[in-house]
Ligand binder design. Structure first.
Ligand code: NAP
Length: 311
């Protein structure tokens, strides 16, 4: 039985692994993908992580994993379907958690949930049909297919603006469709975007339909102020309208808010003793790599306190 199982190997999970190994905890990291790093793997450039300006997301994920490996962290592949609590031994003993994955079962005295978040879908006609045939959720992964072509990005947050800037380097024209008249993204990204000659922002507009034959040819866009609808001819639609936490498998395990974010303070302690949360799936104000990494460190400190009975 492990002292600690960390579910997820993004920045929060890998940071937790580093701190847990340094604390001498018998730790297992369970990851659903064979490559560690989480969402940063599909980020072409991270420019706000202290000391590593402009680092490529994949390189950053690789560095994080190498750090955990160097300290001897153990990894197991598997998608977690449930975590159950079993009280073992005397009442004073810590409960035992059984983690079930598609590839086996593991046991630990404590758990850190670090499963992060995933992209939202628009839910409009044609989106599903044309996914992989022009509709994408990852500009870094699929942008190269649209070199010298037209792309539409939907959203107004950091991801949408970063995607539009990235795509503008290779595409002939990029439209950024946003539902309001103001972007949510960091000001420095907005300035960079608005200075690009081949980017056009379509304000106050929502995408109502993705059109095409065997691949995307246009998106139907409605101006929410005037009610006017028009088609924008395009080869691709990149959807970047936010994220949702990957916590479905943990329903009932710990208190969550209405959107599925796990409720916990900075120490990551959830409503269930022995279960901790770190990273983007925790209910918090700022979801960044630096806050995920900090969450991982804090959660391990709380795990140590829990294991020596300070709680
Ligand atoms: P986000 O910040 O939540 O932005 C989502 C955007 O999509 C918003 O502009 C929102 O519009 C729009 N939107 C939401 N639902 C929509 C819908 N149904 N139809 C049309 N538009 C819709 O999400 P994100 O950009 O994916 O970023 C996720 C998190 O990662 C954020 O906390 C972000 O700061 C962080 N992040 C940070 C960096 C960085 O620091 N370098 C890079 C990437 C991501 P409204 O503005 O009108 O709400």
């Amino acid at each position: 039985m492990h002292d600690l199982i960390i579910v997820g190997s993004g920045p929060a999970g890998l940071s937790a692994a580093v701190y847990a190994m340094r604390a001498g905890l018998d730790t297992l990291v369970i990851e659903k993908d064979p490559v560690s790093g989480g969402q940063i793997l599909i980020t072409y450039e991270v420019d706000n992580y202290l000391g590593l300006p402009g680092i490529n997301g994949f390189d950053m994920g690789t560095k994080f994993r190498e750090h955990a490996d160097k300290l001897g962290a153990k990894f197991a592949e598997g998608t977690v379907s449930s975590i159950t609590t079993e009280k073992k031994g005397s009442d004073t003993e810590a409960p035992l958690f059984k983690v079930t994955t598609d590839l086996g079962e593991h046991e630990a005295k404590t758990i850190i949930l670090a499963t992060g978040a995933s992209h939202n879908k628009l839910g409009v006609k044609g989106e599903e049909e044309f996914t992989g045939r022009g509709v994408s959720y990852c500009a870094t992964c699929d942008g190269a297919f649209f070199r010298n072509k037209v792309a539409v990005v939907n959203g107004g947050g950091d991801v949408a603006v970063e995607d539009a800037i990235f795509l503008a380097r290779g595409c002939s024209k990029v439209y950024l469709v946003h539902r309001r008249d103001e972007l949510r993204a960091a000001k420095i990204l907005q300035q960079e975007l608005l200075a690009l000659p081949n980017v056009e922002v379509v304000w106050d507009s929502v995408i109502e339909e993705v059109k095409g034959d065997n691949k995307v040819t246009a998106v139907s866009v409605k101006n929410v102020k005037s009610g006017e609808t028009k088609d924008i001819e395009t080869d691709a639609l990149f959807v970047a309208i936010g994220i949702h936490p990957l916590t479905e498998a943990f329903s009932g395990l710990a208190d969550m808010d209405d959107n599925g974010y796990i409720i916990a303070g900075e120490d990551g302690a959830t409503s269930t003793p022995g279960i901790f949360v770190a990273g983007d799936s925790r209910k918090k104000r700022l979801r960044q790599i630096v806050t995920a990494v900090a969450d991982g460190a804090n959660a391990v400190t709380a795990v140590q306190d829990f294991l020596i009975g300070k709680e």
